[in-house]
Design a protein around this ligand. Structure first.
Ligand SMILES: Cc1cc2nc3c(=O)[nH]c(=O)nc-3n(C[C@H](O)[C@H](O)[C@H](O)COP(=O)(O)O)c2cc1C
Length: 380
């Protein structure tokens, strides 16, 4: 039987992903001062045991005020490298590529954990760190949210430099893949959309002006990230508010490709703070058409994400040529062993050989025990 595409390797520059199954970045709010701890090791480590080919950390802020919540991971300080190193060591030891996402939340920072309450932190939220958020213009993400302080051009240069430094730290920690978070209404996305960016300097105005800061970030990351390692960027292919559309993303993706970006991770929405503002109806694989459009029209590798639930669905996306990688978010929380289960659904790992041998050898024996029991019951 031919091996499913989902389990074929993908070479990106000097590294090779062992398969196309990727853990999507998922923030856990469990860090203190941005430091990786045992929680992150166990949380992400189990995905490596589940045989995801690429395991992404959650978004790691490039400066403290670039966090979404006070519990986010960080990549803003050299003192954070050691914790990341420990995590990377484990992921790689189990055969996964270690990947990290770097971010700045801009006007959508200083929020509580999403399961605590919607919106931003207020004076009533004692015990939580609050900070003044920043953005391209003095426009709040939604009614009742903080008005951001408008970033001056020299402050933008500073943030660009911080993204570059975060890339250098990610390399020092040993990560194989880096992704810039340019989606979900965080700082880069705030610059791209004319709804959040009303600047009249060189960082605003027409699409080229609005792309200037995100492209400067991509350039800084590429120049601080080794040539042989791949670089991804996550975009909101459409911003969900009517300001940034697929054709804009295609133009952006072509410019990013020129700068050395290898994969566009095609998400959508999130520009405003309103979770009700959904750009597309949440159906199975609802964002796959975005990955397909960007892949075909910009001629670049894409990663599909969003309600991809099982092996056959993922395999069909790859076979249709709609994306090169499959990112799994909530389904990985539900089933950290998603890849090895997907392999069985696709009929290509009937004897648990893809599992880590410490589990697989026993599970194969158990399979035989269960078959014996079934046979025995039939003959009784
Ligand atoms: C708990 C949780 C945390 C998330 N944190 C991030 C994040 O740090 N960065 C990011 O780009 N997306 C984040 N997302 C979005 C996911 O990466 C993914 O795009 C989204 O959940 C849709 O995919 P799914 O339907 O497979 O879950 C998060 C999602 C969840 C459920």
């Amino acid at each position: 039987m031919q091996k499913p595409l989902l389990f074929s390797p993908l070479k990106l520059r000097g590294v090779s992903a062992p398969n196309r199954c990727v853990v999507s970045p998922m923030v856990q709010y469990r860090a203190t001062d941005g430091q990786v701890n045992d929680y992150h090791l166990v949380h992400l480590g189990k995905f490596a045991l589940g045989k995801f080919g690429i395991v992404f950390t959650e978004n790691c802020a490039v400066e403290p005020r670039g966090r979404v919540t006070q519990g986010d991971l960080g990549m803003w300080d050299d003192g954070q490298i050691e914790g990341h190193k420990r995590l990377v060591r484990f992921l790689r030891q189990e055969g996964a590529l270690a990947a990290t996402q770097i971010t700045h939340a801009g006007r959508k920072g200083s929020t509580p954990r999403s399961f605590d309450k919607p919106g931003q932190l207020g004076p009533e939220d004692a015990g939580w760190q609050r900070w003044q958020v920043v953005g391209p213009s003095e426009i709040a993400a939604a009614e009742g949210w903080m008005v951001p302080k408008q970033l001056a051009a020299d402050e933008l240069d500073d943030i660009v430099r911080k993204f570059g430094e975060a890339a250098r730290r990610a390399d020092a920690a040993g990560y194989d893949v880096i992704e810039i978070h340019g989606a979900h209404g965080y700082l880069l996305a705030q610059f791209l959309s004319p709804i959040s960016n009303k600047r009249n300097d060189e960082y605003g105005g027409d699409r080229a002006g609005r792309m200037r800061f995100p492209l400067a970030v991509a350039k800084a990351v590429r120049s601080n990230w080794p040539e042989r390692k791949p670089m991804f960027i996550r975009v909101s292919t459409v911003d969900g508010a009517g300001g940034w559309e697929v054709e804009d993303t295609v133009v952006f993706a072509k410019a990013l490709k020129e700068l050395g970006v290898d994969v566009i991770d095609c998400s959508s929405g999130g520009l405003t703070g309103l979770s009700t503002a959904l750009p597309v109806k949440r159906s199975l694989g609802f964002q796959v058409p975005f990955a397909a459009a960007v892949k075909r029209q910009a001629g670049i590798h894409t990663m599909a994400v969003g309600l991809i639930l099982d092996g056959p669905q993922a395999e069909a996306i790859l076979e249709a040529g709609d994306a090169d990688l499959i990112a799994i978010g909530r389904q990985a929380l539900y089933d950290p062993f998603w890849p090895v289960h997907a392999a069985q659904e696709l009929g290509c790992d009937t004897s648990f050989e893809m599992w880590t041998p410490e589990y697989g050898w026993w599970l194969d024996k158990r399979k035989n025990n269960l078959a014996d029991i079934a046979r025995h019951q039939k003959t009784r």
